[in-house]
Design a protein around this ligand. Structure first.
Ligand code: GDP
Length: 200
């Protein structure tokens, strides 16, 4: 099995993105944050896993939200041998503000913790910066420069494109997900699994 996992806090547009990418519905009427378990999409020996959304949600206690994070970490540890790629979905325009809020409380944002964890697990991680339709064209590069900086990539004098981070600015609702598709295609190719591309 070749597995790709999708992670991200609630409401970043993960379901919309998966629907766009695969044509299949991942979540049917489940309330965000209430689901603790991953959802699977099967394509022969190719598996796409939608991890539960994490972070604070109205009507969900802090304990439950920590449970979601623990479940994600355990799942990834348990299946590390077959998880080849992670797509970490963030709400592009909201991301900087969310991490600043965490910073002011001296907590490590779950997104960053998870990104570091995926790196430790040697899982190739693509950052899908979603909702980019909400960002003005001339502000997109600045935002993405901040995003890679927050994730800890050193871009030197360059932009996010030179940082080494795999960043895909997308708009799932607008159906503009080409940057994510090209990153996936590229990684499949490097792993000699070009055949998997037919599923998108
Ligand atoms: P999930 O909780 O991460 O699975 O998020 P959903 O896919 O349910 O989307 C959460 C909300 O964000 C919904 O209201 C979507 O319509 C909206 N949304 C998803 N993708 C985009 C996008 O690319 N742009 C904008 N502006 N909104 C989006």
């Amino acid at each position: 099995t070749f597995e790709v996992v999708f992670v991200g806090r609630s409401n970043v547009g993960k379901s919309t993105l998966l629907k766009n990418l695969t044509g299949r519905n991942v979540r049917t009427g489940k309330r965000p944050g209430v689901t603790l378990k991953p959802t699977h999409l099967y394509f022969d020996d190719f598996l796409i896993t939608d991890m539960p959304g994490f972070g604070f949600m109205s009507g969900v206690t802090k304990e439950k939200s920590d449970d979601v994070k623990d479940n994600i970490v355990h799942y990834i540890e348990e299946h590390a041998d077959r998880i080849m790629i992670a797509v970490q979905v963030i709400d592009g325009p909201a991301f900087v503000e969310i991490t600043e809020r965490w910073d002011s409380r001296d907590e490590i944002p779950i997104d960053l913790e998870l990104h570091d964890f995926l790196e430790e697990m040697e899982i190739i991680t693509i950052i899908a910066a979603n909702k980019m339709d909400r960002v003005k064209d001339d502000e997109k590069d600045d935002l993405l420069n901040d995003v890679v900086g927050i994730f800890g990539y050193d871009r030197g004098e360059g932009t996010w494109k030179e940082s080494g981070a795999l960043v895909a600015p997308v708009s799932a609702r607008g159906g503009d997900i080409r940057p994510l598709i090209s990153h996936l295609k590229n990684e499949f190719h490097k792993m000699k699994r070009d055949d998997l591309f037919k599923h998108f």
